[in-house]
Design a protein around this ligand. Structure first.
Ligand SMILES: Nc1nc2c(ncn2[C@@H]2O[C@H](COP(=O)(O)OP(=O)(O)OP(=O)(O)O)[C@@H](O)[C@H]2O)c(=O)[nH]1
Length: 272
């Protein structure tokens, strides 16, 4: 039986999950532990990191589509259900690592796996039952999320539903920040609450008033319940990588995780 720490790296397709895994592997985990990376995406093609475990050794989307004539989405669900039924395979692979190993799981980008299906929750619960402390890192592409309040709200809601579904300590990482020219502007947005972001939008007067009202209400809920927080990652900046890794390391050491403290407090407060 092996045990240790792990990050589940999730987020929409192309949000920078594999790139994040590469830099985290380069950087090293908790107390500079060697980071192993496990690819859990049966449709992955290639990645820069050293892949220590590859789900495609068990099942690949390509084979499923060819042999069972599934489409890409149905095929992916089939693959993940197959993995769930064959978790002994993953356990055997992980047991090859030393005790207290640190594993980053690079997950598929199909968001339905986390937002309303339970497959990934069951997979992570199984890994936790082997003695692994896990946290979730939700990657959001900063060039999209920070470009308009629509995108910010929509990314926040997807991240939130993922957090509720996966039930792990959760960090939102804004990836691709090296591509953002106005870094100070971005930091200002991140430091302000979501309601301010929405009000800036109104000033720019590009926004449909009807949706502005709806977004304001959602932004208020996110702010009032302290539900969403983002940290920026600029892979060209060593300090930025260090900051993200430190935040993740704090989360990955949590045991018996429930809701974030503020949210739990506020919800309790609401109930009276
Ligand atoms: N400049 C820059 N490009 C990035 C960064 N992260 C990812 N990219 C680019 O964005 C594209 C997608 O990155 P990936 O890391 O493959 O994203 P992913 O989320 O793993 O993608 P899927 O596995 O297809 O869901 C690639 O072309 C990367 O080179 C970043 O921090 N900076």
């Amino acid at each position: 039986m092996s045990s240790g720490f792990g990050q589940l790296v999730i987020g929409p397709a192309g949000s920078g999950k594999s790139t994040y895994c590469y830099y985290m592997q380069e950087h090293g985990g908790l107390n500079r532990k060697t980071v192993k990376v496990c690819n859990l995406d049966p449709a992955a093609e290639n990645f820069k990191y050293t892949c220590d475990i590859d789900v495609r050794d068990l099942i690949s989307l390509e084979d499923v589509m060819e042999e069972l004539e599934y489409g890409p989405n149905g095929g992916l669900i089939y693959c993940m259900e197959y993995l769930l039924e064959n978790m002994d395979w993953l356990h055997d692979e992980i047991c090859e690592f030393a005790e207290d190993s640190y594993i980053i799981f690079d997950c598929p980008g199909q968001i339905e796996l986390y937002s309303h299906m339970t497959i990934m929750t069951q997979i992570t619960n199984k890994i936790k039952s082997w003695g692994y402390n896990l946290c979730a890192v939700f990657c959001c592409d900063a060039t999209i999320s920070m470009s308009h309040s629509n995108n910010f709200i929509s990314n926040s809601l997807v991240s939130l539903s993922t957090m509720m579904q996966i039930e792990l300590p959760h960090l939102n990482v804004l990836t691709k920040c090296d591509l953002i020219e106005d870094k100070k502007g971005m930091e200002r947005i991140m430091d302000s609450d979501p309601t301010q972001l929405i009000s800036n939008d109104k000033e720019a007067s590009k926004f449909n008033k009807k949706y502005h009202g709806l977004n304001s209400v959602i932004a208020n809920v996110l702010e009032d319940f302290s539900l969403i927080r983002f940290v920026s990652l600029d892979v060209t900046d060593e300090e930025s990588i260090e900051r993200v890794m430190n935040e993740v390391d704090m989360l990955v050491q949590y045991k018996d995780y429930a809701l974030p403290d503020d949210a739990a407090y506020n919800l309790q407060d609401e109930e009276g």
